[in-house]
Design a protein. Sequence first.
Lengths: 93, 137
Amino acid sequence: MNKHGQAVSNGTISIRCRFFARFAELLGRDGCELTVPAGATVSDAVQLVRQAVEHGDRLPDTPLTAVNCEHVHADHRLADGDELAFLPPLAGG
Amino acid sequence: MMSAAITRNPIDVATLITQLADPRLGGTVAFLGSVRRGPEDGAVTVIEYSAYEDMVVAELERIVRDARAQWPDAVCAAQHRVGSVPAGEPSIAVVAAAPHRGAAFEACRFVVDEAKRRLPVWKRERFEDGTSQWREG
């Protein structure tokens, strides 16, 4: 079981991807569920989204990302139940 | 004490200042960042702010904590507005108070700069002619 009480499949983990602002427009959706190999990094998940999600190739190779509401680098290792956010260039203030 | 929040309503900086009121704090600095319609911005009527709201709250709290680590005597409050913000109205407010003005100015500047750099917020400018565009930075 993962931290959310969900069953963990052998050798894979499930994450939730979220797309914001211009990225959501480019993909025509604001999120998706994704199954990735256990031990996958943020970079692995980004590449999978770019290949497997419709219009995913419209996303940049190395977008800003956050996991569970914290900025992370591309080599951050994902855990089952994580929320991976794809962040367009920030424009707060 | 620290306070960080996101709001869909007009920012009330007086309330933020009141939150930090303390007779031991002799210097208070308030910063308001407003939707600009300068010569280089075009005929902007409104900016629509969208955000990863849960993360904005979490990141603002981390920024305020970081400020507290650098200026332990200072207290800060910050608020970011989302939704439609007309030209001339504030989209972000940061207030810092400290025993002396130096720390209050520095802490306020730090929180504003870090908010610009770290908050997952995006803005779409809407113009008088009905067009719109995403604005970076």
